[in-house]
Design a protein. Structure first.
Lengths: 118, 146
């Protein structure tokens, strides 16, 4: 019976450790390494990325949710640190600008086509 | 719109400084920023002995110390004996130096490299931040606080 509990303890530690590692990986894949060109924190070995991975791990250990960790980091670095920024009043322009440019471009093309047809 | 290499995150400006604590360079005692600051305006400088631009800006820090500014340092991802040698060689402008061996204090400050320097008012609010070595512009900005 004693060995069963020891086995169960070791098994649970492995499963939960994997799950924490997966959560760290998922979060850091969505964080930009601000000292690298185009790399995520997950992919980077820079001092900044190494420290940030550690902070994310600690926050997960403390029981913070993914959203709480993103909020913590965007408070420090701004929405820019996220590859996938949340939709809020600070990011309306970011989300809508491509669509606005598309619509504007489309309107210009349609106007030109109408002019040519006339 | 943005060039990533030109991006300088300043999201912390206007916010309260986190009251970070750590062991200090010259003692094993843990201290926190609020108790060192004692409700005064101060400069917070993040540096490392291995950081070349930190050597470039160091004379400005010494001038600020001579002008009576309180300067607190975060020693970022450094070897303490190397940090002590650095300060012996270039002189020590810092009232206190908190150790940040893993860089977690720096992350809490929104720092992404060294050196970075903050101006903190007597209400513990971050009023300005400079990324990179202190230059004449920023030095004058600090001097105008007095």
């Amino acid at each position: 019976m004693k060995y069963f509990f020891i086995f169960l303890l070791i098994f649970c530690n492995i499963v939960f450790a994997d799950s924490k590692e997966k959560r760290t990986n998922d979060i850091t894949k969505n964080l930009k390494c601000l000292v690298c060109q185009g790399q995520s924190v997950y992919d980077s070995d820079s001092e900044f990325a190494v420290s940030l991975k550690l902070v994310v791990e600690n926050k997960i250990q403390q029981g913070l949710t993914e959203d709480q960790i993103y909020k913590f980091l965007t408070d420090k670095y701004g929405e820019w640190i996220l590859y996938d920024p949340k939709f809020n009043k600070n990011t309306y322009l970011l989300w809508f600008l491509p669509l606005l440019i598309l619509l504007l471009g489309g309107a210009i093309i349609v106007k030109k086509l109408i002019k040519i047809k006339k | 719109m943005f060039s990533e290499k030109d991006f300088k995150p300043k999201a912390m400006i206007g916010k309260n400084l986190p009251n970070l604590s750590s062991k200090t360079l010259y003692s094993e005692i843990e201290k926190d920023l609020k108790s060192i600051a004692e409700n005064e305006t101060f400069i917070l400088n993040v540096f490392a002995s291995w950081c070349v631009p930190c050597k470039v800006e160091h004379p400005y820090l010494m001038k600020l110390k001579e002008q009576g500014f309180k300067i607190i340092a975060i020693n970022y991802k450094d070897n303490p004996s190397n940090a002590k040698q650095f300060l012996e060689k270039y002189q020590n402008p810092f009232q206190e130096i908190l150790l940040d061996p893993k860089g977690s204090l720096a992350i809490n400050l929104g720092v992404f490299g060294v050196p970075e320097t903050f101006i903190i008012d007597n209400n513990f609010k971050i009023i300005d931040k400079h990324i990179g070595p202190i230059n004449e512009n920023f030095f004058q900005k600090v001097m105008n606080i007095k």
